[in-house]
Ligand binder design. Structure first.
Ligand code: PLP
Length: 457
């Protein structure tokens, strides 16, 4: 398995050819997710005592398995938060794998971590956080949110003895991503929700805080605001919330996992005012900074607090803290020990293209949402649910019910035409099923949008 022979050389060529074809292709099909038993029937047993051989396994992958995936970068994949990694970033993902780097400690991964930190410095500069702020790349937004909130909770517990015995409490809004509740469950923290899917205003947050019991108020240690909600691209009142958090001595976390890329866009940067006062921020380069999966990031105003919460101790780890091994250790600032240097593809792509090209590609996503909004206004069978925000558009097909949206989604997927999924939007006490676009890929065309809307007639 670890020998170099002719088979290995040939397999390397095959894999490289596949990677080159995929990298240079502009016609990737929207694959069909077959059922597990269907896939099994197609490929048979792949894990056997003697192995089926690389050639056979690779052929099964190419012939059957890869066709059961939806490429995240298909220009008519407008569901959830799609992605569109640059070709340079994907290329360097191959280099990252081939280089076998352990990215936890500087002692082992100095070269890779240096590159990650160059990219991170640029990301931090977008936020406007004060000098000293810094961050690390994580597996995604969920891990970033969790790392940040555990840091906040540990800091709060360090402030007074009684907090060590209390269950912490955070406040966010129902517009926050599901991962906020999920990570609170992992950290055993209670979550209170302000009942708005629209922009979370400081006044509503203030009312929520005023309504707490004295014991709840003692347990409250953080607020999570969103810089671009997943459902609708809404940016909370970051400035007002920042000021309230400062007055109330609460940790202020901004989840900009999806929206963070828009910090680069001159057209909307002002809407993020207040983010520079955050204690911690989540931004996912694998969403709107064109990195391959998986690459999230957490940034701290005071990274030392993250280190106090996350640095692991162990006799086998002591050498890493030694003078001779001295350097920046990413593991100290988030929940994971062993880690891939997953910021490396972003670094290479940024170094290759420069930051202006990123700005243009992100502005295009915002522009596509505006274009889609205008088309929807002009077509009689559809209407906007709310004005497009960042790169999200919520719209309804007049006369359709939840079942119609689902049927249309499956039909388009089956045909390999598009992946556009329904969502719900809350108005008053009712949740309405509507359709949603999220634009990330700058290669999506106006013709793509028009064709999708026309398929709803
Ligand atoms: C605002 C927001 N936060 C967090 C997440 C979770 O990120 P991940 O899926 O990378 O864990 C998402 C994912 O869409 C998101 O949009």
């Amino acid at each position: 398995m670890h020998k170099i022979d002719m088979d290995l050389v040939e397999m390397t060529m095959d894999v490289m050819k596949y990677a080159i074809d995929r990298l240079s292709s502009t016609q990737n099909k929207i694959g069909k997710p077959l059922k597990e038993e269907e896939l099994k029937a197609l490929v048979g047993d792949t894990i056997t005592k003697d192995g089926i051989g690389g050639e056979k396994a690779f052929n099964l992958w190419k012939k059957h398995l890869t066709k059961s995936n939806v490429p995240i970068d298909h220009p008519r994949h407008l569901a959830f938060v799609p992605a569109s990694p640059t070709r340079a970033a994907v290329m360097f993902d191959l280099v990252t794998s081939a280089s076998s780097i352990h990215g936890a400690y500087w002692m082992e991964g100095a070269g890779g971590i240096f590159c990650e930190n160059e990219a991170m410095r640029w990301m931090v500069s977008l936020t406007g956080l004060p000098k000293g702020a810094f961050g690390v790349f994580t597996s995604g937004g969920t891990a970033a949110n969790l790392s940040a909130i555990v840091t906040a909770r540990e800091y709060w517990r360090s402030l007074n003895e009684q907090n060590k015995f209390e269950k912490g409490l955070i406040i966010t809004s129902i517009g926050a991503h599901s991962s906020v509740k999920a990570m609170a469950k992992v950290a055993d923290i209670d979550v209170l929700l302000v009942d708005t899917e629209d922009r979370l205003q400081a006044s509503a947050l203030k009312d929520k805080i005023r309504g707490l019991t004295p014991h709840q108020r003692e347990r409250l240690f953080a607020v999570v605001a969103t810089g671009g909600t997943t459902n609708a691209g809404i940016i909370d009142d970051l400035e007002g919330i920042a000021n309230l958090c400062e007055a109330e001595h609460l940790w202020f976390h901004v989840d900009a996992a999806y929206g963070g890329g828009a910090l680069l866009a001159d057209s909307v940067r002002h809407e993020f005012k207040g983010i520079e006062k955050a204690d911690s921020i989540t931004i996912d380069p694998h969403k709107w900074m064109f990195s391959p999966y998986d690459c999230g990031a957490v940034i701290y105003k005071n990274p030392e607090l993250a280190k106090q919460a996350h640095a692991q101790e162990g006799s086998y780890l002591e050498i890493f803290k030694d003078e001779g091994a001295h350097g920046f250790n990413p593991t100290d600032y988030q929940i994971q020990l062993t880690r891939r240097v997953r910021g490396l593809p972003l670094w290479f792509s940024l170094a290759t293209h420069g930051t202006d090209r990123y700005k243009e590609a992100i502005e295009r996503g915002i522009e596509l949402a505006q274009i889609a909004g205008r088309m929807i206004d002009e077509k009689p069978h559809v209407e906007l649910v709310r004005a497009p925000s960042l790169s999200c558009v919520l719209y309804r097909r007049k006369g359709w019910h939840a079942e119609d949206y689902r049927h249309w989604t499956y039909e388009n997927h089956e045909k390999g035409f598009a992946l556009v999924t329904p969502t719900k939007w809350k108005t008053g006490d009712t949740f309405e099923t509507v359709s949603r676009f999220c634009f990330i890929n700058p290669d999506t065309t106006e013709e793509d949008i028009e064709a999708i809307l026309d398929s709803m007639v």
